[in-house]
Design a protein around this ligand. Structure first.
Ligand code: BGC
Length: 758
């Protein structure tokens, strides 16, 4: 009897132990358990070696999980315009797969130019689905560095000059990506605003400029978008590399913003083990193990956060507190992504993605200028009733998805502008002829991905111009399609542009074409501003960005009026380089002297600077103990921030205040359906602090049929009227009288209303 009871008790204990053990064993695998408990549970089971392993790469784009515990690793991908081709384990060269083509979405400058947060959500969701299908957990994007100089080779990967616009656009992009269980990795945190010397430059700037201009989009991505990861930049700030910059990562990102995601280094952005341990970095990628220069093969064990870190722990030089924190952040990222049970399967190159790419591109293309060639005639665009169309220019045929650095793609297809125009022209029986006009960049290869195009042409510039001019004389309308491209020193990573002017003699060619045929529209593909010496001669000008797979379709949609253009500039276009604030101070402000770059224009970036036009005296003030002198611009912008035309016309009514809500009516007064971007800026009457003349605080894109009118309501909140008090290190509401300026561009704000911030 006794033995039977004993046997029963033993069995019960065994069962109990099994239950306890099983549930314990499964806690980190139990997706219904709170994530922090799962993180702690997984952490408690990991060995020191396993912890070290998960905080650095194992290949170019992956980091390991914990195989013993069934925890998968992370696969990252560029970003930010499509899912990069698979590369070999330890090389940048493509692996040569045949199933890794993607949909190429428009570049982020185009997305910003839509001024439509729904487009950002659609973009994020679509690219997230592609990432998911391709088995990626972390998308290396979006980029939100501020457009400080038009020479920055990577501006096309970012969202323009304004902190409010880029904040508004980055949040839905991040949310859209992450709805798929794929992390957005917002980059490059922070102040990676030039490519020249990007691995070494040390940026100095005032705290106000930092908080008011350069950080808001990152903060919005983290706090509103709830980004799961962020990428450190290559450059230094206050003498310390951004990837292990204590102030940026520990004080601001985690301390002030409460970031609970993982800080990922830029590829090769780590250069110091101690700083990497203590200053907030979680995951090290792409290191060049002999410092910030070159690497050796498969050197992952020698990464700054690999053996060197392990040995420091083993020697007792550091404890494991920092390591555990890093592992927690990485585990959280894994649970949110690679172990997220709710993620679906995604989709690649679907019809829906093609449609998304085309719609976003169509909304982002900016009609900068559109005038009649002769009085009493309609404006040159859209193309209507033309029998012969001449297309001139290399960018009409050149594939742009290959090249430009890490954002280079292996697109499943890319409809060129010429093909898009041909396809559409055929529908109205127009004949399209193409001539090259100039030879620019004939390259078509990046990391082994090739366009397959042979763009060689040995004719002299004079021969090419002659051919184009003669053909122009015969055509009903000429479409010049040029701009920049993705070659080095154009719109490309790793180096800045060498000149503000369009390259390859395009300016002279454009002038010659307009002389030969006044019905010439200029269409520029670029991610940057450029000089326009021919602007007065040209009746129509279209800023068409780099629009990915659907480039040609989206462009034809706009040129032929199937889509009414509604893009607005996300940056200011000044007449010349010297008109930009960052180019007022010689090399000290750009590209730097002895690798030191000081942001001497301070808060006065883009329209904040252009708005000082007409001011007699320089603005002089001290910030953070430094003297600032802002000399007012000598010229107005060619095209202001926020500018963009339509084929219809709109009228804004008077603004009224309903409590703290501005109410304004907008009406389509033309004959076509169209979208308008109504922008609200706030201008303080006077302020103790130095303030820009006005700043964007809200915008809304609204679609209207001919004759239709809608009421827009902009709710005013106290945070709109704050500025950063560097002395007290806090945001303060700048109370007093403001004028709210409402309009359709930063230089066109005819509706004014007074508002008192109490
Ligand atoms: C770029 C990053 C990119 C990474 C991985 C770096 O050179 O700066 O933007 O995500 O490479 O390709």
């Amino acid at each position: 009897m006794k033995t039977r009871t004993f046997g029963r008790i033993a069995l019960a204990v065994c069962f109990l132990l099994l239950v306890v053990f099983r549930s314990e064993a499964q806690l980190y695998l139990d997706s219904s358990a709170p994530i922090e408990q799962r993180v702690e549970d997984a952490l408690s089971r990991m060995t020191l070696a396993e912890k070290i392993a998960v905080i650095h790469a194992q290949s170019k784009f992956s980091s390991p999980g914990v195989a013993r515990l069934g925890i998968p690793g992370l696969w990252c991908t560029d970003g930010p315009h499509g899912i990069r081709a698979e590369v070999k384990w330890d090389e940048w060269d493509q692996a040569g797969w045949t199933n890794d083509s993607c949909m190429a979405f428009p570049t982020l400058t185009c997305l910003a130019a839509t001024w439509n947060t729904e487009m950002a959500l659609l973009y994020g969701r679509s690219i997230g689905e592609e990432a998911l299908y391709r088995g990626k957990n972390v998308l290396l994007g979006p980029g939100v560095n501020i457009y400080r100089t038009p020479l920055n080779g990577r501006n096309f990967e970012y969202m323009g000059e304004d902190p409010y616009l880029s904040s508004a656009m980055v949040v839905p992009y991040v949310q859209g990506v992450q709805q798929n269980g794929v992390a957005a990795c917002v980059k490059h945190f922070a102040l990676n605003d030039q490519e020249d010397g990007r691995h070494v430059v040390n940026v100095t700037l005032s705290d106000r400029a930092l908080y008011e201009i350069y950080l808001p989009a990152f903060q919005a991505a983290v706090q509103e978008g709830k980004a799961w990861s962020i990428m450190g930049a290559y450059n230094r700030i206050w003498g310390q590399y951004a990837c292990h910059n204590h102030r940026l990562l520990v004080d601001i990102l985690r301390g002030e913003w409460g970031f609970d995601g993982a800080v990922v280094s830029d590829w090769g952005g780590v250069s110091n083990t101690d700083e990497a341990i203590h200053n907030g970095l979680d995951l090290e990628f792409g290191s060049w193990t002999d410092g910030l220069t070159e690497g050796r093969s498969n050197s992952y064990d020698y990464y700054y956060l690999a053996k060197p870190y392990l040995e420091k722990i083993q020697r007792g030089e550091v404890g494991t507190k920092e390591l555990d924190d890093k592992v927690r952040n990485v585990l959280r990222l894994i649970f949110r992504t690679s172990m997220n049970p709710d993620r679906g399967f995604g989709s690649l190159c679907s019809e829906a993605h093609a449609q998304a790419a085309r719609t976003i591109a169509g909304e982002g293309i900016v009609l900068l200028k559109n005038a009649p060639v002769k009085k009493q005639q309609p404006a040159l665009l859209p193309i209507e009733g033309r029998k012969t169309i001449l297309v001139v220019g290399e960018n009409a045929v050149k594939q742009m998805t290959v090249g430009g650095g890490s954002s280079s793609l292996k697109a499943k297809y890319e409809v060129s502008p010429l093909d898009g125009i041909r396809e559409r022209a055929a529908q109205c029986g127009a004949e399209v002829r193409y001539v090259r006009g100039y030879v620019g960049d004939i390259g078509g290869e990046y990391n082994g991905v090739t366009t397959g195009q042979d763009l060689r042409d040995d004719r002299t510039p004079a021969e090419l111009t002659d051919e184009a001019v003669n053909a122009a004389k015969e055509a009903d309308i000429v479409l010049f399609i040029g701009g920049l491209n993705k070659a080095d020193h154009q719109d490309a990573e790793g180096a800045d542009r060498l000149q503000y002017e369009l390259p390859y003699g395009q300016d002279a060619l454009i002038s010659a074409l307009v002389k030969a045929n006044r019905n010439t529209a200029v269409i520029i593909l670029s991610g940057n501003a450029y000089a326009m010496p021919w602007l007065k001669e040209v009746p129509a000008l279209v800023q068409a960005w780099f629009n990915g797979s659907e480039t040609g379709h989206a462009l034809a949609d706009v040129l032929f009026g199937d889509v009414n253009p509604s893009g607005h500039l996300p940056f200011t276009i000044m007449p010349a380089l010297e008109d930009y604030p960052s180019h007022q101070y010689g090399s000290a402000a750009y590209p730097g002297i002895d690798n030191e770059v000081e942001y001497k224009e301070d808060l006065f970036v883009g329209y904040r600077y252009a708005d000082l036009f007409g001011r007699k005296k320089p603005l002089r003030y001290t910030a953070d103990g430094r003297e600032y002198t802002i000399n007012p611009p000598q010229r107005r912008p060619l095209f202001a921030f926020g500018h963009g035309l339509s084929y219809t016309t709109f009228e804004l009514g008077k603004a009224t205040l309903d409590g703290n809500t501005v109410v304004v009516r907008v009406r389509n007064t033309g004959t076509r359906e169209g979208k308008q971007v109504v922008q609200l800026y706030a201008a303080p009457a006077k302020s103790a602090a130095v303030r820009p003349v006005k700043e964007l605080k809200a915008f809304r894109k609204v679609s209207l049929r001919p004759g239709e009118e809608k009421e827009l309501r902009f709710e005013l909140t106290e945070t709109m009227f704050r500025c950063f008090d560097a002395g007290a290190h806090e945001w303060v509401t700048d109370r007093g009288q403001y004028t709210l300026l409402i309009g359709t561009a930063s230089d066109n704000t005819p509706i004014k209303i007074a508002y008192d911030v109490q």
